[in-house]
Design a protein around this ligand. Structure first.
Ligand code: DGI
Ligand code: FE
Ligand code: FE
Length: 188
């Protein structure tokens, strides 16, 4: 699918602010793909569609998770997590994207997972550091991303976990698994 067609499909799903975020993720993901040798077209499409389900009603997302073979533990954690797997499902169903790598990059863009692919790492990180993001620590991750993708990803996951802890929020187990997996591979 061409960029313009994908952008058109996504724009109607999002608020203007979220659409601008998506454009930032798109540019950042393509630049990271070029830097780290990933498929730039796949990075572009995955970025465009990554927040496709962000504004779906909670009841619709809950029903999809309950009935379409998704990990049921998602339902016991923050609903903010749901738009990632539900997005992968809807992007396939409604936009006709069938590429497994693209769909998995969308699916795991919020929690990460053990054994993330290069494309999954790029989308996770691009989502975190796109130019519209302004939270504490983001500049440090931006700087690390220019030299070491895995180190930048670790920092982003650490910051996310710390952020959740400080707000007394639950942390989805896969987020911890992602962190542990990246640290183990760094030590190896
Ligand atoms: O959709 P975006 O805002 O662009 O970014 P995102 O997909 O990374 O979603 C971020 C939200 O998800 C943010 O409010 C924090 C929340 N989140 C991320 N990881 C976890 C989480 N919430 C819980 N409870 N547990 C997690 O592990
Ligand atoms: Fe998201
Ligand atoms: Fe996002």
């Amino acid at each position: 699918m061409e960029r313009e067609e994908a952008l058109k499909l996504v724009k109607v799903q999002l608020t203007e602010h979220r659409y601008q975020h998506t454009l930032g993720v798109m540019e950042t993901a393509v630049s990271l793909a070029r830097m780290y040798g990933a498929d730039e077209q796949k990075a572009e499409l995955a970025a465009i569609f990554h927040d496709y389900a962000k504004f779906r009603p909670k009841d619709e997302m809950r029903a999809i998770i309950a009935n379409q073979g998704f990990p049921q533990d998602l339902l016991e954690f923050n609903a903010e997590l749901w738009h990632a797997p539900v997005g992968a499902y809807l992007v396939e169903k409604e936009a006709g994207i069938t590429d497994r790598e693209i769909l998995d990059a969308i699916r795991y863009h919020t929690s990460g997972r053990i054994g993330m692919t290069l494309l999954e790492k790029i989308i996770y990180l691009a989502d975190y550091i796109e130019p519209g993001r302004h939270f504490p620590g983001v500049d440090e991750v931006r700087a690390i991303a220019k030299v070491n993708l895995n180190q930048a990803l670790i920092k982003a996951v650490q910051n996310t976990i710390l952020f959740l802890l400080k707000k007394n929020q639950t942390v989805y187990p896969d987020t911890f698994y992602t962190y542990n997996d990246l640290i183990k591979k760094l030590e190896a």
